[in-house]
Design a protein around this ligand. Structure first.
Ligand SMILES: *Cc1c(COP(=O)(O)O)cnc(C)c1O
Length: 364
């Protein structure tokens, strides 16, 4: 239905919102969708088994509210990451967890620092929660320099690996940030960390040592469960308690019964998880070398996407030409990155389709 927008009854807050624009989710068949960093592999078959089992054997339980704190899932995560259950928080996707982080830790009086090129939801949350976000420019090579963050703040938020660059920051640099800001919450958004080459890239192991470090992760990328909406945060129990209180002041049952059962099954299937992550890493290496052959320069990615710059031609026009061939990649019309395309690592077939489409488009 067409309607004429009337904001007369809206709150001032609603009128001033500046919402995040998610990557498009076109529904056509036969589209090669490499624009929103979803995993090319299906989730562990154990996930469907667990959800089906709830539906078949315990359907009557859907009339009851789910476990409010998702204790079974949090316990399983604690075990895998060698933490205590009170160091684990879960929410309806890490986007929700991040919203609760902004509401819980980032004060109005002191700013929050974030890289100028990063996940574009951070400035949106800052607006929504009335937080002053100060953007710290990435270095010329797009890396994050911890010494650039030496200024008063109530928090720092960094995606690691960063998006859309894919570049990984070292644990030493992260620990330096955390140590230099004892009175700020340092949030490391590890949405893509499971695609790093080394297994020890995650900052989760530093939590016991630093009470101001909060690490967020998600089931959406490395666990192929973007459609289930499960994300988590790991940190000192006092930080987790703040998130829990904020959650219970907003939505006390963020994870439904099916999501809890599916996520739990995914966490338990360690072998499948490790195997699919390894496959994505191998596919990334192949994709990078194919793109290099076509003259693209590709930033060193440790994620399930790459950020690539064509040797010649205009990135925006290339994205459009790919779209006409049914291949969707992400283009950001923003300063410093308008020469780049962000391309999700797909299956062997998807990546080949991308490369073939590029061959029709760019002059080698
Ligand atoms: C995908 C992504 C998220 C959000 O993941 P959900 O759990 O699906 O909400 C958070 N941070 C970054 C950097 C992401 O790329």
């Amino acid at each position: 239905m067409e309607f004429k927008l009337d904001t007369r009854l809206w709150s001032t807050k609603a009128r001033n919102l500046n919402p995040y624009v998610p990557g498009e989710q076109p529904q056509h068949e036969n589209l090669c969708k490499l624009n929103t960093n979803e995993n090319p592999f299906p989730p562990s078959p154990k996930v469907a088994e667990a959800i089906t089992s709830v539906l078949i054997n315990q359907a009557h339980q859907l009339r009851l509210y789910p476990a409010p704190e998702s204790n079974d899932l949090r316990q399983a995560l604690a075990q895998v990451y060698n933490l205590d259950i009170n160091q684990v928080f879960v929410g309806n996707g890490s986007d929700e967890v991040l919203a609760l982080v902004f509401a819980s830790f980032f004060l109005k009086e002191r700013p929050v620092l974030a890289p100028d090129i990063s996940y574009s939801f951070y400035p949106v949350y800052a607006d929504t929660f009335g937080v002053n976000l100060v953007k710290i420019p990435l270095s010329a090579d797009f890396s994050i320099e911890s010494s650039d963050y030496r200024q008063p703040c109530s928090g720092i938020i960094i995606a690691n690996p960063n998006a859309p660059t894919g570049i990984l920051m070292s644990l030493e640099a992260i620990e330096k940030l955390v140590t230099e800001h004892p009175n700020a919450v340092v949030v490391i958004d590890e949405a893509y960390i499971d695609f790093a080459d080394q297994e020890s890239a995650s900052a989760v192991g530093l939590i016991d040592k630093h009470d101001n470090l909060l690490v967020t992760q998600t089931f959406s990328k490395s666990r192929s469960l973007a459609g289930l909406r499960v994300g988590m945060a790991f940190g000192n129990p006092s930080l987790i308690e703040a998130l829990t209180r904020m959650k219970n002041s907003f939505n006390s049952y963020p994870l439904d019964r099916l999501a809890q059962a599916g996520a739990l099954a995914s966490v338990k299937d360690v072998e499948y998880f490790e195997q699919t992550c390894r496959q994505v890493i191998e596919l990334r290496q192949q994709l990078v070398s194919d793109l290099n052959e076509l003259g693209f320069s590709v930033l060193p990615s440790q994620a399930n996407f790459i950020f690539a710059r064509p040797q010649q031609g205009n990135a925006s026009e290339i994205a459009q030409a790919l779209r006409e061939q049914g291949v969707i990649v992400r283009y950001f019309d923003k300063p410093r990155i308008k020469e780049y395309l962000r391309i999700t690592v797909g299956t062997t077939e998807q990546n080949q389709r991308l490369i073939e489409a590029l061959k029709q488009t760019v002059e080698v």
